[in-house]
Design a protein around this ligand. Sequence first.
Ligand code: AVI
Length: 320
Amino acid sequence: MKNEQLTYTSEFASEVQEGLTSFPKFLSSKFIYDEKGDVLFQKIMDLPEYYLTNCEYSILEKHTDAIADQFNSENGFDLIELGAGDGKKTKILLRHLVAKKYDFNYLPIDISGHILEKLEAALKEEMPDLKVNIQQGMYFKVLGKLAEYNTRKKIIIVLGSNIGNLNHEEAIDFLKNIQLAMSKDDMLFMGFDQKKDPQIILDAYNDKTGVTAAFNKNILHRINQELGANFKPDNFKHWETYNPETGTAKSFLVSLEEQKVTIPELKLEVNFKKWESIHTEISQKYDDEVVEWLADKAGLKVKEFFSDDKKFYKNYVFQK
Ligand code: AVI
């Protein structure tokens, strides 16, 4: 764990160096998430504008029977979740599967052992009959290990449209890595936020209360904290765009004045012109054709999908 932490810190340093010395400037959204970033993301999920969470909830609640039917198999199955977090959404499925006495184990994978232990304790209390087997580590390393030793049908679930934070090339790689760990009968169950009225998307990523702006600016706080920089986050404006042609929502931080920022740990001085931007995140929106294309490129096929009433969001079932 310590070594992983070390490489992560130096990966952070080298990516910040690369992004802030490039033109145009960019930073990776994966670095928004430290302790404060995690709390801000939890707050985003409770925002009325951030429809994604409620849509996925409603899909899981409305279609639990049909989803469980897809998962079930004669010899039982292993339910493997990538990035389980607090398991809030997954619990809807788990409760149902336990109540129906399905023969399955739940294997949440997360990089954070702390998050997994908390989740395990909560599940033990809420669902004492559930068999939980936490897996701490990097997603694909753990998946590879599970593919080698587990003989039961694997259901791999990824909720929250996290794939949307990857560009198409990275998304194909992500899906391919999962596909490589899958056998013929295994399934991937994954959430994809859909294209919709552009205004609804813009509002979801630029809420009135400024939580998303604070979340975006957290990357600057992190650079200050971990690399000794002197960013003044208030000197930047959170800016969201959505391109209905490509389905890509993009977050930026725009410099409100000409300014110079020093980053001692990188021995770097970064100059910003007034109105210069840092691109920080993409949140891709999809339609069936794009999902099928990504799946095909990764060696997967769409078998089924479930949608909310407004068709804002879909959970797809993929097989090899
Ligand atoms: C984690 N991820 C799917 C979120 C999204 O919708 O892109 C992160 C987020 N960024 C701003 N708001 C939420």
